[in-house]
Each structure stands twice: as structure tokens, then as C-alpha cells.
Design a protein around this ligand. Structure first.
Ligand code: NAD
Length: 491
């Protein structure tokens, strides 16, 4: 049997239950891209608000691409488990906040209606970096993308996240409803500004007056989101089924740590997010920068170096002495570029991050983090590199991370195993690496990718030299050898 409303009564006593009457909950939130991260992060917050007695914040989830999550969640009445793993201990909590999951390609009008409903006040998004349909280097709408082009042609059946939002905001305006607060929860730099740019650009191309109305009435707060949520595996589902006595195909696994910093800027009705532990602030940027450059920067470097060396999981990488020393070198470099917000003590933050990376019960795959590198490199490694070079500081550890991303584009690890590069620009990067014969030539060819590498950075001889040096070492010594060379200073 599956997890469902009727199964709740039979669950073991140590499983935390929703504990509220789900029939009285209204759907104040529509979430676009209901993957693992939303279920372990924002949905947990809305569930806490409902438990605390505010029934306005139930969630209607939507998938913009595949029906998988709807097939996992709808037969379970939207219920699922958040399994919090810390070393050997494990806690299970059932989340009741999600009411249902819509599959946008099957019925786009239903999603537009959900977004345009009078009870809907908030839209949250985790559609991955590429889901915003913006050029990573310039931040403008990718008008040549087929789905964007379709949405620019007409919004009867929207395809993209910005298209759905514009179609719904148009209806809200026509119906005399307030606009919405749309909160990007993706790891994009200045995610609120990015979402607003995509939506306003899309709206302007349909109706300039609608664009102005959205700008005047909508809100796109910037956020920093943090909780490590690895993709669920079938082993995870089997292990939980043994514990619950029912099968939960929508479960997510995560760590105890969670953080959500939200810019205090809302349109219309707003939840008391602070009561659920969310930090509201006027200035999210320093939090976001610290998180992207320390956590995500190290994660990407670990993903490519570890992936090339055949290391499957993040905890295995940092369990090696050289691995954790390398991560600390990346952080030493990144740290000088930060302006830490009040309340963030970088040394303590680094120690806590290392302990989070070392959590062996999460089983966070290097392959998962390696995905979509072209969309991640600019904010995770390149911005840090630019800031260091402008101060005349060396960038060896960061450059090794970039060189590892370059080698990853060849689609073969050091053991000779071939893999598929999972990235919207994979075809382009593949053709660029195939152009060069030496590691230096391949690296220089990839640097011509203007969607990833900003021209002012590529124009710097010190940047090119650092990246090509590390690319040569990676080819000669392998990932672990290149790390050792970096740490020992011997080449
Ligand atoms: P996931 O694979 O479980 O879910 C990804 C979601 O994005 C799915 O709903 C998918 O349909 C949707 N999506 C993918 N490509 C899309 C596109 N081109 N257009 C529209 N929708 C698209 O992944 P996840 O773990 O839920 O992570 C999603 C995002 O959340 C990440 O990309 C990141 O920005 C953010 N995030 C994740 C974590 C984490 O630890 N998993 C931590 C912080 C932030």
C-alpha cells in the first residue's frame, strides 16, 4: 500500500504527522518545479505555518516538464515524508501542505487558473537555473529558445515559467485581483531580479501596459536558500517503506540544516515567515554571495574533480585529507571576496559547511551536482575569480575547479568510463573541446563560450594562464594528482 490520508493512522508513533485538518487549508501558494528541493525546504516552512494555525498557505505544485512528481504525489493525497539524516540518526516527518500536483504540459490552462486564483498570493519557483530562460552571461531572455519563442508567439498554452507567470498576471489584472509575490528559490545570483527581468521582458513583448502593471504591483523578492537535498534513490524508498509499513514514492531525504533568507518585499497578503525561522532582511545579496561562493563553489569543484577521479559522493571527497584541504583552499580564496552580512561568522560557517559535506548518510552524488555546469560556473566560481584577480590575488584552487569543469565536457572520467554531459550547452561544449588537441587548446576553445565566460575575464592573461596551467596538470596528473600538486606547491 501507498502512503495516503487513510494510511496516516497506522504509521509508527515516532513519525511526526501533519497534525492539522487538511480539508480547511487553502492554497495560498503555487509552486513551479516541484522537485526534491521544494519538498524539503519551502514546503516544510509552509507546513509549519499551517500547523501553527494559519491555514492560508497550502501549496498547489506544478511540474513544467514531466508527470513524474504528479504520479508520485497525487495517489498519496499530496502527502510525503521528509527524512532528516544526520550520521546514524534519522527522523521522519510527514508534510501535509501540498494539495496536488499539476502537470503543465498536459493542462497548461489549469496551471494558469491556479496562479490566477483569488486565494493564491505567492508563487515559489525551483525550476533550475536554466528554467529562467535567461542568457547566463547577459541576463536577457533567450528569445531564440524554442519554448520562449512559442510563449512570445502566444500565451494560450504557455511553456516556460516566465510565460505562465505573464499569462496568469494578465488574468489577475483583468479580474481586478492583486498581482503576486513571486519568489525564486533557485541558486541564481540575484534570483529575484533575474525572475523579474524574465517576466517583465516576456510581458513587455506582449503588452507594455501589462509589463508596467506587473512592475508596479508585483514583487520579486531576492532569496538565499540552503538545504542539501540529494536526489532520492530507490534504495531510500525501500528503506523508508520498511520503516513506515507503506510505500512513499514522493519522499525526500535531507540534512538537519536549513536556511531561507528572504528580501522583505511582498505584494498583497503575506505569510508570517519569520515565525517559521525564515530570515527577512532588506539585503539578501551578501548572504547569497557567501552561500554561492562557499557552499556552491566548493560543491562544483568537488563535483568535477571528484567525478573525474571516480569519487561518487561528496562525503567521500572530503573524507580524504587532500580533499578537505583542497576545499579549504577554495574557501580561503573565496573568503577574501565576501562582504559577510551581520550575523555571518565566516570561520564558523566554513566549519559547519565542512561538517555538512561530511554527512555520509546523505549520499550526495558528485554527478548530480555536476549537472548544468554552464549555468552554474559564472556565479559559483567565475565571479569569485574576477573579484580575486581585480585585487591581484592568486586563483589556483578556483582555476583548478574551472579546469575540471572543462575536462568534464569531454564526457569521460579518468578510469575511461564514458558519461553523458547533462547540460543545456553540452553539444556546444563538446564541439569546442573537440576542436583542441592539447589541454591548453581545449581550455582556450572553451573560453570562447561567451554565455559562460565574460569577455573581460577571458581578456585577462593571468586568468587564461591560471586555467591552462591547471588544465595541463589535470591531464598529466589526474584530478587527485593535480590537487596534491596544488597543495604541496610542487609541479
Ligand atoms: P529536481 O531535479 O528534483 O527538480 C527540478 C525541478 O525543476 C523539476 O520540477 C523539473 O521539472 C524542473 N525543471 C528542470 N528543468 C526545467 C526547465 N528547463 N524549465 C522548467 N522547469 C524545469 O531538483 P531539486 O533538487 O529540486 O533542485 C531544483 C533547484 O533547486 C536547483 O536547480 C537549485 O536551483 C535549487 N536548489 C536545490 C538544492 C538541493 O540541494 N537540491 C539546494 C538549493 C537550491
Amino acid at each position: 500500500p501507498r502512503l495516503s490520508e487513510s494510511a496516516l493512522g497506522g504509521l509508527p508513533a515516532d513519525v511526526v504527522q501533519p497534525g492539522y485538518n487538511r480539508t480547511t487549508v487553502k492554497a495560498g501558494v503555487v509552486h513551479l518545479g516541484i522537485g526534491a528541493f521544494h519538498r524539503a525546504h519551502q514546503a516544510d516552512v509552509f507546513d509549519q505555518l499551517i500547523r501553527a494555525g494559519d491555514p492560508r498557505w497550502g501549496i498547489r505544485g506544478a511540474s513544467l516538464r514531466s508527470p513524474d512528481v504528479a504520479e508520485q504525489m497525487n495517489p498519496q493525497d499530496g502527502l510525503y515524508s521528509v527524512v532528516v539524516r544526520d550520521g546514524s540518526s534519522e527522523q521522519v516527518r510527514i508534510i501535509g501542505a501540498v494539495q496536488d500536483v499539476l502537470v503543465a504540459p498536459q493542462d497548461p490552462a489549469a496551471l494558469v487558473e491556479a496562479l490566477a486564483a483569488a486565494d493564491t498570493h505567492l508563487v515559489t519557483l525551483t525550476v533550475t537555473e536554466k528554467g529562467y530562460k535567461l542568457d547566463p552571461a547577459t541576463g536577457t531572455l533567450l528569445t531564440e529558445d524554442a519554448d520562449v519563442a512559442a510563449d512570445l508567439g502566444g500565451l494560450d498554452r504557455p511553456k516556460t515559467a516566465p510565460g505562465f507567470l505573464v499569462a496568469a498576471l494578465k488574468l489577475r489584472r483583468e479580474r481586478g485581483l492583486p498581482a503576486l509575490t513571486a519568489i525564486s528559490c533557485d541558486n541564481l545570483p540575484h534570483n529575484g531580479a533575474a525572475l523579474s527581468a524574465a517576466v517583465l521582458d516576456m510581458a513587455a513583448r506582449h503588452d507594455p501596459a501589462l509589463r508596467d502593471w506587473i512592475e508596479a504591483n508585483g514583487a520579486f523578492p531576492q532569496t538565499m536558500v540552503d538545504r542539501i537535498v540529494p536526489a532520492t534513490t530507490s534504495e531510500d524508498i525501500d528503506a523508508l517503506a520498511a520503516r513506515l509499513g507503506v510505500v512513499d514514492r514522493a519522499m525526500v531525504k535531507t540534512e538537519p540544516f536549513t536556511q531561507w533568507v528572504v528580501e522583505d518585499r511582498f505584494a498583497g497578503e503575506r505569510p508570517d515567515l519569520a515565525s517559521a525561522g525564515v530570515q527577512l532582511t532588506q539585503s539578501v545579496a551578501p548572504w547569497e554571495e557567501a552561500k554561492l561562493r562557499l557552499l556552491n563553489g566548493a560543491h562544483s569543484a568537488i563535483a568535477y574533480l571528484g567525478g573525474l577521479a571516480g569519487i561518487d559522493f561528496v562525503h567521500q571527497f572530503v573524507a580524504r585529507e587532500a580533499g578537505s584541504r583542497f576545499v579549504n583552499r577554495v574557501w580561503d580564496e573565496a573568503e577574501t571576496t565576501l562582504s559577510p552580512p551581520p550575523g555571518l561568522e565566516v570561520a564558523a560557517y566554513r566549519n559547519e559547511l565542512m561538517a555538512r559535506f561530511a554527512n555520509s548518510s546523505l549520499q550526495h552524488r558528485t554527478r548530480q551536482i555536476a549537472m548544468d555546469g554552464s549555468q552554474k560556473l559564472p556565479q559559483r566560481l567565475l565571479a569569485t575569480i574576477s573579484a580575486r584577480l581585480q585585487k591581484g590575488q592568486p586563483i589556483d584552487a578556483l582555476a583548478l575547479g574551472v579546469a575540471a569543469w572543462m575536462r568534464w565536457q569531454e564526457g569521460r572520467d579518468e578510469g575511461g568510463a564514458a558519461f553523458k554531459v547533462d547540460d543545456p550547452l553540452a553539444d556546444t561544449t563538446r564541439s569546442l573541446v573537440e576542436r583542441g588537441s592539447s589541454p591548453t587548446d581545449k581550455a582556450l576553445a572553451l573560453l570562447s563560450l561567451s554565455a559562460v565566460f565574460p569577455a573581460d575575464l577571458v581578456g585577462r592573461p593571468d586568468f587564461r594562464a591560471a586555467v591552462t596551467t591547471q588544465a595541463e596538470r589535470l591531464a598529466r596528473l589526474g584530478a587527485l594528482g593535480a590537487i596534491d600538486a596544488l597543495l604541496s606547491g610542487n609541479v
